[in-house]
Design a protein around this ligand. Structure first.
Ligand SMILES: *Cc1c(COP(=O)(O)O)cnc(C)c1O
Length: 816
């Protein structure tokens, strides 16, 4: 992008007059209307463009600075991004929020009403996608040149509705009204091949694909906070060739046949994680992965060649971070480009490839490690299979030379799993093709090296490192919780903490200050009123702003143990019916999506709604206990729930959660955690202090031991009357008939040790309730949580990646 001449350019001023002129002008020229006849949608779109234009100017200067500096760039490859709404973020990052509010007010419109038209792009699923967004935010804030690559899903994951207590998936057509934050770049379309065969031409192997799909990029701007840098996230959308529509079929009345080829191509970017229960779905997922990788690597190479000509410096100028294994095909794809297309020799290409890639692993669950059947892989990507085999050969030769004669080790380390069917192990491919492999919390990185990837850690210990996740304080404190942000800035004397989160430590001295505590509680209460208004409109349930707000919000998975929380709720209900003083007044908020094919947790959602219905209708506990399931958890919903939370449920079975970032967001907003020794909970507890954290449950080592031993959940249920009563309540049908399957998983294997941790969990909850009864004590705990969360800033995470893996220098962008 060339920098246009400053003086001739409009749309960069931040005065009210300039802002108003641009807003009205955008309304006129972009929407073809005037303030008098504009709809709210017109005003929203014009406002968005007005704000966006201010970032475009920074983006132009950023691109110029990057071109001149020719720095090492960070390319982040991720199947998911959960960017959140853009309007308020971009107003704040351009410093135009107040101006916009005033200008709109002068025009007779409220910014808050207009801001509600902003739609969150539905491009992600959970923590992994939000991490990607937080890292991009922190990268731009640190002035590090970076591009995020992803897929522009038309319909995202799904919009969750609750019908008769059950999750129903609806298409999430997030761009239905137009998405003003996106810049389509039709002229940069890139062809992606699939299927076909490999031919040998003058001694070189070359892939001749049979089918071609076009990748059409659009980008969204990723501004840094308090800096001029604006990076981009580049999203690919699948398009058929303009010839693909079959006019002859259409003319003959065969309209479905006419669009068949168009649909086959465009299905690739329809939804995130298409159901993989059919062959069609599995193939589509693999196609998506290759589509992302092929388009993105082409773009990365193009960018490299804009500034360099010599392949030997490629890895010095390029680091590609693989966000989990979804983009691991980038390893053989880069090899294919270098060897087949650019005709480098294999060893040189392999050395460049390894130095370029780094891999972040996000799981410990062996069942979550992705593999692809060789047969499918071969059909879709025949040349890549050859390359994977060749990489594997070199790799296994190295293993053999280091550990001669250890056939078992070679089998375990191979990129190919042989039994029961031949499959490609994507995590192994990612490890072998990368110079750095990281876990996302201390415990996770240790367990990765000791269990899941132990053989690789023995082979290449120097590749393994930890980078604990973090969250953006801009997004999750200033944007989500403006009241608390204002109070903090007032007490700390400025907003420096927004880019130096350790400054929050200054609040610790105020933890016992009764006037500060009072204001802290006012903020929390106001946030609860906001949440209550939303919950009432969305579900009809009325929340008490003075009750303890106890939140379990995250994707549904058995290991995250929503069911443990629910057993607690059922027990509380029983206790409160006998003794109204048995607990503090409490609101329990559940939110989260279940994977459409994950039947067991969809049943838990139903059970939660069944329990909520009974509890909320029971006059015996009115005003003491309220349970709500808030549908369609996403970043926008998180921004509403997190600031209102008093108690943060982080109760996964120890050894299962890689890190968690919900735990960090909630603590940052003054929620006290009840949690297990899992993921980043451990580091969180170390920092906020054991006195400000309610710990319970088995640790990872103990959980592994119980699992290996003769664990009998039935005996635990038999010897704990309250637990037995809770299970009996589920069994007797009062929350809806037929939850026998849920009981069976608990009383059968109880894979996630829910019953083993039940009693300890209830004790921890009783301790939390006791602390809540003493507002001064609770508020001090809450303040200390916020005060000691500095470590969990995504800025620190990015600094760790930079120092330990990327070695990329900042490139400051000069102001205009
Ligand atoms: C932070 C976040 C997550 C991750 O939550 P965990 O508790 O770490 O699993 C998931 N979804 C959304 C919308 C988030 O903002």
């Amino acid at each position: 992008m060339e920098q246009p001449n400053g003086p001739a350019l409009r749309a960069i001023g931040t005065t009210a007059a300039e802002f108003e002129r641009d807003l009205v002008s955008n309304l006129y020229f972009e929407r073809g209307t005037t303030m008098e006849s504009a709809s709210a949608q017109d005003v929203y779109q014009s406002l968005a463009v007005t704000v966006r234009d201010r970032l475009v100017d920074r983006r132009a200067r950023t691109a110029t600075a990057h071109q001149a500096a020719n720095p090492r760039c960070v390319y982040y490859l991720s199947a998911e991004y959960m960017l959140g709404r853009q309007l308020r973020q971009n107003l704040q990052y351009t410093g135009t929020e107040e101006v916009a509010r005033d200008v709109l007010k002068g025009l007779g419109v409220s910014l808050d009403e207009i801001a509600d038209f902003d739609v969150e792009p539905s491009l992600g699923n959970g923590g992994l996608g939000r991490l990607a967004a937080c890292l991009l935010d922190a990268l731009a804030t640190a002035d590090i040149p970076a591009v995020g690559y992803g897929i522009r899903y038309d319909l995202g994951l799904f919009r969750q509705a609750i019908v008769d207590g059950a999750q129903v998936e609806r298409p999430d057509d997030w761009a239905f009204d137009g998405s003003p934050w996106e810049f389509p770049q039709q002229d940069d379309r890139q062809a992606v091949g699939f299927y076909g065969r490999v031919e040998v031409e003058a001694g070189r192997r070359r892939w001749i694909p049979e089918e071609t799909v076009l990748g059409e990029p659009s980008h969204m701007l990723v501004p840094g906070y308090g800096t001029q840098t604006v990076n981009i996230v580049r999203l690919w959308r699948a398009r058929a060739d303009s010839d693909a529509f079959n006019l002859a079929d259409f003319a003959a009345g065969r309209s479905a046949e006419a669009v068949q080829e168009v649909l086959r191509s465009e299905n690739i970017s329809k939804v995130l994680y298409p159901a993989d229960s059919t062959e069609f779905g599995r193939e589509l997922r693999l196609k998506q992965q290759y589509f992302l990788v092929s388009c993105s690597l082409w773009d990365i190479v193009r960018r490299f060649h804009l500034r360099n000509s010599d392949w030997t410096v490629f890895a010095d100028k390029t680091v590609i971070q693989l966000n989990d294994t979804h983009p691991a095909l980038a390893v053989p794809e880069l090899m294919r480009l270098l060897v087949d297309e650019y005709e480098l020799d294999w060893d040189t290409a392999w050395s460049i490839t390894r130095r370029t890639f780094a891999y972040t692993c996000h799981t410990l669950l062996p069942e979550a490690l992705e593999t692809w059947p060789v047969a499918l892989f071969e059909r879709l990507l025949p040349r890549h299979l050859e390359i994977v085999y060749a990489i594997n050969q070199t790799h296994l030769d190295e293993v053999e030379s280091r550990f001669p004669g250890d056939g078992d080790l070679r089998r375990r380390l191979s990129l190919i799993q042989e039994e029961p069917e031949r499959r490609i192990r994507m995590a192994h491919l990612a490890v072998v093709g990368s110079h750095a492999v990281n876990g996302v919390a201390e415990l996770h990185s240790r367990l990765l090296a000791e269990t899941t990837l132990a053989d690789f850690a023995r082979l290449w210990p120097e590749r393994f490192r930890n980078v604990t996740n973090g969250v953006s304080p801009r997004r999750f404190l200033r944007l989500a919780n403006p009241r608390l942000a204002a109070l903090i800035s007032e007490r700390l004397g400025g907003e420096g903490w927004l880019t130096d989160l350790d400054q929050l430590r200054g609040l610790a001295a105020l933890a016992g200050d009764s006037e500060f505590q009072r204001r802290w509680r006012v903020v929390k209460r106001d946030n609860k009123l906001d949440l209550a208004a939303y919950v009432r409109a969305a579900t009809g349930v009325v929340l008490d702003p003075d009750a303890l707000c106890d939140v379990h919000v995250k994707r549904f998975h058995e290991y995250k143990r929503q069911l443990l929380k629910l057993l607690h709720v059922i027990t509380l209900h029983d206790r409160l019916r006998a003794d109204p003083g048995a607990d503090v007044p409490r609101t329990v908020v559940f939110a989260g999506k279940a994977a459409p094919s994950y039947h067991a947790v969809k049943r838990i959602i139903q059970l939660i709604n069944g329990v909520a219905k009974v509890v909320n209708a029971d006059p015996a506990v009115a005003g003491r206990l309220t349970v709500v399931f808030l549908p369609d958890y996403n970043v926008t919903r998180a921004e509403l729930i997190v600031p209102a939370a008093d108690l943060s449920e982080q109760i996964s079975l120890a050894g299962k959660e890689a890190s968690g970032t919900g735990n960090m967001k909630l603590a940052l907003n003054g929620a006290v955690t009840v949690g297990t020794l899992d993921g980043a909970n451990i580091e969180l507890r170390d920092r906020v202090g054991a006195d400000n954290f309610f710990l319970f449950g088995v640790d990872a080592a103990c959980a592994a031991e119980v699992r290996r031993g003769d664990y009998r959940p039935g005996e635990i249920a038999g010897s704990d009357p309250e637990l037995a009563a809770a299970l009996a309540a589920i069994a007797d049908g009062r929350y809806g008939a037929g939850f026998g399957d849920v009981l069976d998983t608990l009383l059968g294997r109880d894979e996630y040790l829910t019953l083993a941790d039940y009693r300890a969990y209830l004790d921890a909850q009783d301790a939390a309730a006791a602390a809540w009864r003493d507002p001064a004590r609770w508020t001090a705990m809450s303040i200390r949580n916020t005060a000691h969360c500095g470590f969990f800033s995504a800025d620190r995470t990015v600094a760790d990646y930079r120092d330990r893996i990327w070695h990329a220098d900042p490139v400051p962008v000069p102001p205009r």
